[in-house]
Design a protein around this ligand. Structure first.
Ligand code: 5AD
Ligand code: SF4
Length: 477
């Protein structure tokens, strides 16, 4: 079981580290060519990166396969954010190694955040992999594969200050055909003391806004109805035109993508409380198709702990941002990431996090206990001094409270009617559709003739759990 996070609601792939990574599953016919198999772990950014990798590989004649036994190239796109994620990848590598032994010539590659951190370990100590490729080196994949085919190790973990893959059109293989991710920036310049991302993904850089809008248009023309703009800290998006000097900020980018088509929904993730501006909030309020949902990780509800975490805001600042959101968009839902048991956190400080969950009225949260990451500021400066059993107890208190708050949040929707974008069949029954409302709440409802994924429909909510709304198609406007 995922020990960091026992009862997550609204499971996001990002943090569900128990299961096997997601696998692309649309296969092309077996054409006798070479095949790659890719598993992805970690954040949505990693999933988006795997689509870039798939695109680069398809250019050089590789087609995707969902069957690792048939693959000439097995790739695992890795996450370093918590120790558990790394452990899962190590286990997968042992399984891939068995396949390699049964099928000599099969190449195995490690992509993403663990590549930079552990390249020498993978290549020298463990000898499990042929390729190690960091998140900014995917263009080099074809060369590195050729190197590995010649029996050498293919390694490139160079972190770039420019690479945004702006010109690469991602291969949307693992798709419902309705919702897609668009990566708008890479890296992170914040130095949250617990976080390994600035070391594994490098400096922050923003992608050309026109290539983002073109990608959104292309998706819309291909039937997609929702895009999520992705970055580690989207609110600090800033792109400058190299010729004209024109500067585009995140609020402006949001507006540009919202104008692609009123039927294209726009979401974004992740927002940093220090950077989210009223301009962004007013832009959201102005456009019906920018979803009224903000993922605004608080991490801790206590100002001293936030200072140790180097989050650069305090409790009051965070509360001010939440107040601004509810003032400008009363119907907006807010979700959070929470770390409990950070170095030196006291019981009183833990209670501040609990009270924040209630005060901010989060629709949901991703909750973790602190896991020290080598090389981070916290690992160098502070002792990881909260005993494991205390961390677990605090986490279970947080999860329990968030469950109650989510339940109330959802119960308050009973009787309301929402515009829902149909994403596909519900997990439990092919007689039901699932879709989301603007607040990012999943709604399940019985199918009605004539409706299909990609359609918008009004759904009246009749019931709710802490994770899902249950409803029926409504004729009310
Ligand atoms: N320990 C526990 N949780 C962490 N996160 C990031 N680093 C750590 C860590 N060392 C969490 C944060 C972040 C989310 C993506 O992962 O809450 O927002
Ligand atoms: Fe890590 Fe903080 Fe950057 Fe998020 S904003 S990726 S938590 S350093």
């Amino acid at each position: 079981m995922y020990d960091n996070n026992p009862t997550l609601m609204g499971i996001r792939k990002e943090i569900d580290e128990t299961k096997q990574g997601e696998v692309f599953f649309k296969e092309t016919a077996n054409d006798g060519g070479r095949h790659f198999y890719i598993e992805s772990y970690g954040c949505q950014m990693n999933f988006s990166d795997s689509e870039i990798v798939a695109s680069i590989l398809s250019e050089v004649g590789f087609s995707p396969t969902r069957n690792m036994e048939n693959a000439d190239l097995i790739l695992v796109n890795t996450c370093s954010i918590r120790e558990k994620a790394e452990d899962t990848v190590r286990q997968r590598l042992r399984i891939f190694d068995k396949i390699k032994r049964n099928r000599p010539g099969t190449m195995v590659g490690v992509l993403g955040c663990m590549a930079e951190r552990l390249k020498s370990k993978f290549l020298e100590e463990e000898k499990l992999v042929d390729l190690v490729i960091g998140p900014d080196a995917y263009r080099d994949l074809p060369n590195l594969v050729a190197t590995a085919e010649d029996g050498e190790k293919g390694v490139n973990v160079f972190l770039s200050r420019e690479e945004t893959y702006a010109d690469i059109s991602p291969l949307r293989l693992d798709s419902n055909g309705v919702t897609a991710f668009i990566s708008i920036m890479r890296g992170c310049d914040n130095m949250c003391s617990f976080c390994v991302v600035p070391y594994t993904r490098g400096r922050e850089r923003s992608r050309d806004c026109y290539s983002i809008v073109a990608e959104a248009k292309d998706l819309f023309e291909n039937g997609y109805r929702e895009v999520t703009l992705l970055g580690q800290n989207v609110d600090s998006y800033k792109w400058q035109h190299p010729d004209t000097g024109e500067v585009v900020n995140f609020a402006q980018l949001l507006e540009m993508t919202a104008l692609v088509h009123p039927d294209l929904r726009i979401r974004f993730s992740t927002s940093h409380p220090k950077d989210i501006t009223d301009e962004v909030l007013h832009t959201m309020a102005r456009h019906e198709n920018i979803c009224k949902y903000i993922h605004l990780p608080v991490q801790s509800g206590n100002s001293r702990v936030l200072n140790l975490m180097n989050r650069t805001y305090d409790r009051e600042w965070y509360m001010n941002r939440v107040e601004a959101i509810y003032r400008i968009m009363p119907e907006c839902a807010i979700s959070s990431d929470i770390i409990t048991g950070f170095c030196t956190e006291t019981e009183e400080e833990h209670k501040d996090t609990l009270s924040m969950i209630e005060w901010a009225n989060y629709s949901m949260s991703y909750m973790f206990f602190y896991s020290e990451r080598p090389g981070t500021l916290a690992a160098r400066k502070y002792e990881d001094d909260i005993p494991q059993d205390v961390k677990k107890r605090r986490l279970s208190e947080i999860v329990r409270l968030q469950n109650q708050v989510s339940f109330k949040h959802n119960q308050a929707d009973i009787g309301k009617t929402f515009k829902v974008l149909i994403e596909g069949d519900s997990k439990k029954s092919d007689q039901h559709f699932k879709g989301r409302n603007t607040q990012n709440k999943m709604i399940v409802f019985p199918k009605v003739n004539g409706l299909k994924p990609g359609d918008y429909v009004r759904v009246k909510v009749n019931d709710a759990t802490s994770a899902t709304l249950i409803g029926e198609v409504s004729s009310e406007v």
